[in-house]
Design a protein around this ligand. Structure first.
Ligand SMILES: NC(=O)c1ccc[n+]([C@@H]2O[C@H](COP(=O)([O-])OP(=O)(O)OC[C@H]3O[C@@H](n4cnc5c(N)ncnc54)[C@H](O)[C@@H]3O)[C@@H](O)[C@H]2O)c1
Length: 252
């Protein structure tokens, strides 16, 4: 039998793995044999996902890690590497926005918070994971947003940070290539997660007529793309924007 993905036995970190897209990614990776470290700040959700993976025969650990704090990132990566012995896969998923806000009302404090959460955190995760990937290579997937490509609706801070994730991705892809480190980005479209309902979810269904396939994305639509990008099948794919979006070009 052939093994298309080739991720069995690999070690993976998924940030924000306690629910939504991160949960789907953690479960998908584990279901194909990867050892998964779930980083989250919600210990109840993070442990629940870990327990579900283990109950299903997979391997997982949960580590409390606020990706907005570099010291927590350093400690969590060290712990994951010491438990698993390596880090082969990083899914930089944690991120999000808050309620829509006009750009003229965005304070410096709010800007810094959202940019730290969505962009700085991903850079920190990559920089601190690099020592564990540079000898054997690795696969990194950064989660961005459709807003990065076509502008946000009342979320300039979030759209700017997610656009930064695209520049981060192509830069890491170039510098990572000599180390066999691939880095790609998914500009996630509107996806049915708890985070969506907490931000601007009440308008989500208005987008359905704009989507050729006629439905919003499910978390598994995104995790299936993540699976491909972290797999051996994607060894020659790096620095790319890969968009699972039901055929929608401009995502809002
Ligand atoms: N759902 C969408 O419509 C949509 C659209 C575009 C992009 N995205 C992006 O997809 C990613 C996942 O979105 P989602 O909708 O699944 O989110 P979600 O809000 O449902 O889940 C986010 C997870 O991250 C955790 N988290 C929050 N703050 C954290 C922190 N500081 N450190 C570590 N973990 C933290 C939460 O506890 C939660 O488990 C995000 O980067 C988001 O910006 C989502």
């Amino acid at each position: 039998m052939k093994d298309y993905l080739g991720i069995s036995g690999k070690s993976a970190i998924v940030t924000g793995g306690g629910r939504g897209i991160g949960e789907a990614c953690a479960k998908a990776l584990a279901s194909y044999g990867a050892k998964v470290a779930i980083f989250d700040i919600n210990d109840v959700n993070g442990n629940a996902v870990k327990d579900q993976i283990i109950a299903g025969g997979g391997e997982a650990i949960y580590i409390h890690c606020n990706v907005m704090h570099i010291e927590e990132i350093k400690a969590a990566i060290k712990e994951a590497a010491s438990v698993f012995g390596s880090i082969d896969i990083l899914v930089n998923n944690a991120g999000g926005s808050e309620k829509p806000i006009d750009f003229w009302n965005v304070t410096d404090e709010l800007w810094n918070k959202i940019v730290t959460y969505n962009l700085f955190s991903q850079f920190w995760m990559i920089r601190e994971t690099f020592p564990f990937m540079k000898e054997k290579g690795g696969k990194i997937v950064n989660i961005s947003s459709g807003y990065a490509l076509c502008g946000g609706d009342q979320c300039v801070h979030y759209a700017s940070a997610k656009a930064g994730v695209i520049g981060l991705t192509s830069s890491i892809a170039k510098e990572g290539a000599p180390f066999h480190i691939n880095c790609n980005v998914i500009p996630v479209p509107t996806t049915k997660t708890p985070g969506l309902w907490e931000s601007d979810g009440e308008f989500a269904d208005d987008e359905i007529p704009l989507i050729p396939q006629g439905r919003l994305a499910e978390p598994e639509d995104i995790s299936n793309t993540v699976l491909f990008l972290v797999s051996q099948a994607a060894d020659y794919v790096t620095g790319q924007i890969v968009a699972p979006n039901g055929g929608r070009r401009m995502l809002v």
